[in-house]
Design a protein around this ligand. Structure first.
Ligand SMILES: O=C(O)[C@H](O)[C@@H](O)[C@H](O)[C@H](O)COP(=O)(O)O
Ligand code: SF4
Length: 618
């Protein structure tokens, strides 16, 4: 099938825009391989330290002729999605030995649960925890003991952080080994209904706790289609994990077989020779575009409007929100998983899951089929369903969707476009996800109610001050201000106002959760208020337009008055809960559209400074 012209055009402009930075990245990876972080380079003393506790693998490691896999793990048993990883390293060592190879845990990375920190001060560490994870990944791999890398990670900032860190060791073959979603509990819509009743004071805290615990009830990823499950979709559609391995549940025969097959395959592609597949060659412009297409086709998390640019940048590739907007107009919405519908990821998987989605997107010319993947073939390898037959993992060609209420073919989608809009105007530039918002609500014009905190909104709601058509503006929530937290705790409150019949929208320089949905929201707005951006000039009562159709966010204030306004000063920074340790990241972070990262901004600064020497191979 010929590639869709919009996909081709966006890919070409990304390649052109990234020409210098991508060339320098690949040159640096070639230099890594030639002189870099590899076992043969280590002195005996270095090596002895790395083998001392290797036990039965020590002899093989001493010979230095086999593959040694570095496992970077984000295990902790407080985070339901990562709890299954506790047993993985020991299993993976066994599977590596089956291939005449070895595996060691190269290091651990922190893994924040955004669900636990949602609405709490800890959420102000969330975005930058991604960069801590990237740096922690680099610390593990910097030992140079490994010929291949296995990444264990699922949730929001963890997968982006792992990929960013591993991409700086892109000379090494790398695979993400998933653990899968928890089985279905209380449906997400029912959970949300109880939350709205609680927000209105109609049920008590014990009823709310009961509903929450029935929804989040066991090991595995939460079953809504939020940032964590969008991560898994994106890594699979980039070909960086085994085909059809994202969404089978933990502790099943299939899950174990996929982990074993993944370790075996990772050893194969880590061996020198024709089959060698370094990460830097897999994550190219086409793979990044495939990830964006998957994000849009599935109505994925708005957080990837920040993380995908950051991941791309770590590979020398520059994408922006205009790329997402252009792809969104060509890529249809093919799935209805909460918050874009009532189904969960288990229902999506049962309907055909990633193999059916990828097969349909390939048939429609919406994916680059010729990407290099960790599997033997290209993208079409991922249009195959993994199954157990007589205790053996087998793959069969994916069929059509088995539940058209959840997953549809690209030629008969739920919506003609992927619903992630770039919005801009005199209020700045932001992202607006329409896929979960009713068409009748996608344009809101109403008076602004201005807040500097989430709590301020909830308190005003409880005082009955928001029972009207209103654009709720929560500012000073950007990366520089307080680390760009998710303001997902506003969802029940704003949804109650919407259900009471008011025309409601949210505008913020902060983020929302991947699990946020039904309330129209223009988010990630930059320049952020902290740096004097337009939101700091808004006043209570200003009429504001938030319009997905025209892509506009406007303060309907006479331009002379608007231009004359002085931005209000930011509130004092928060202290406590470790936030002061992240001040260096806040003060040097760049824009959400660039990836929201002080680490990447500093990296690009260095690469730009010494770039010529990289070009000349010095
Ligand atoms: O981006 C995301 O997907 C969210 O950060 C998600 O990981 C977070 O945990 C939500 O807060 C869960 O939803 P609830 O808070 O509604 O349980
Ligand atoms: S999906 Fe969100 S709430 Fe669920 S375990 Fe992951 S980070 Fe926590």
């Amino acid at each position: 099938m010929a590639l869709h012209p919009a996909v081709s055009a966006v890919t070409d402009r990304i390649i052109e825009r990234s020409r210098v930075s991508r060339r320098r990245y690949l040159a640096l990876m070639a230099r890594n391989r030639a002189q870099g972080i590899m076992r043969p380079r280590l002195a005996c003393g270095n090596l002895a330290h790395g083998l001392a506790a290797a036990g039965e693998d020590k002899a093989r490691l001493m010979q230095g002729r086999s593959v040694n896999l570095g496992i970077v793990t984000s295990y902790n048993d407080m985070l339901s999605a990562h709890q299954p990883y506790g047993r993985y390293p020991d299993q993976m060592k066994l599977y590596a030995r089956e291939m005449g190879a070895t595996a060691q845990v190269a290091g651990g990375v922190p893994a924040m649960c955004d669900g636990v920190t949602q609405g709490q001060e800890g959420m102000e560490l969330s975005l930058f925890s991604r960069d801590v994870i990237a740096m922690s990944t680099a610390v593990g791999l910097s030992h140079g003991m490994f010929e291949g890398v296995a990444l264990l990670g699922i949730c929001d900032k963890i997968v982006p952080g792992l990929l960013i860190g591993a991409l700086r060791f892109g000379h090494l073959p790398t695979m993400l080994i998933p653990a899968g979603p928890m089985t279905s509990g209380l449906p997400n819509k029912e959970k949300q209904r109880v939350r709205q009743l609680y927000a209105e004071g109609k049920v008590d805290q014990s009823a709310l706790m009961e509903a929450e615990a029935a929804s989040y009830h066991g090991p595995g990823t939460c079953t809504f289609y939020g940032t964590a499950n969008t991560n898994q979709m994106m890594v699979e559609i980039m070909g960086l994990m085994m085909p059809d391995s994202a969404f089978s549940n933990p502790s099943t025969h299939l899950r174990q077989a996929l982990t074993r097959a993944g370790v075996h395959r990772l050893v194969e592609i880590s061996r020198p020779g024709d089959g060698h597949r370094p990460l830097s060659e897999l994550v190219d412009e086409k793979a990044i575009v495939n990830a964006a297409v998957g994000l849009l086709a599935t109505g994925g998390s708005t957080n990837h409007a920040i993380h995908l640019p950051a991941i791309a940048r770590a590979a020398g590739i520059v994408i922006d929100w205009a790329d997402l907007d252009a792809l969104s107009r060509a890529v249809p919405l093919m799935t209805r998983a909460y918050p874009n519908g009532s189904a969960d990821v288990n229902a999506f998987n049962d309907a055909g899951g990633m193999p059916t989605l990828i097969g349909s997107l390939c048939d429609a010319g919406l994916l680059h089929e010729d990407i290099v993947t960790v599997s033997a073939g290209g993208m079409r390898d991922y249009a195959r369903r993994a199954e157990m037959q007589d205790d053996v993992l087998v793959y069969r060609a994916a069929g059509p969707s088995e539940d058209r209420a959840v997953l549809r073919d690209a030629r008969e989608p739920f919506l003609p476009d992927g619903g992630m809009r770039l919005v801009s105007g005199n209020l700045g530039r932001g992202i607006y996800k329409t896929s979960a918002v009713e068409a009748s609500r996608q344009t809101i014009e109403a008076p602004a109610a201005i807040f500097d905190t989430q709590q301020g909104v909830i308190d005003a709601f409880k005082r009955g001050e928001l029972d009207r058509d209103v654009v709720v503006v929560v500012r000073f929530q950007g990366p520089d201000a307080n680390g760009m937290p998710e303001l997902h705790r506003l969802t029940p409150t704003l949804a109650v106002l919407q259900d009471r019949g008011y025309r409601v929208a949210l505008m913020t320089d902060g983020r929302m959760s991947g699990a946020s949905g039904k309330v129209p929201a223009a988010i990630h707005i930059g320049p952020e208020a902290q740096s004097g951006g337009p939101l700091a000039r808004l006043r209570d009562g200003d009429r504001v337009l938030v319009c997905a159709a025209t892509g506009r966010i406007e303060a309907l204030v006479p331009s002379a008055e608007w231009d004359a306004r002085v931005p209000v000063p930011p509130p004092p920074p928060g202290l406590g809960t470790g936030r002061e340790l992240f001040a260096l990241m806040r003060t040097r972070s760049d824009s959400a559209e660039a990836g929201g990262s002080a680490m990447l901004a500093a990296m690009d600064g260095i690469v730009d400074t010494i770039g010529d020497s990289i070009d000349e191979g010095r």
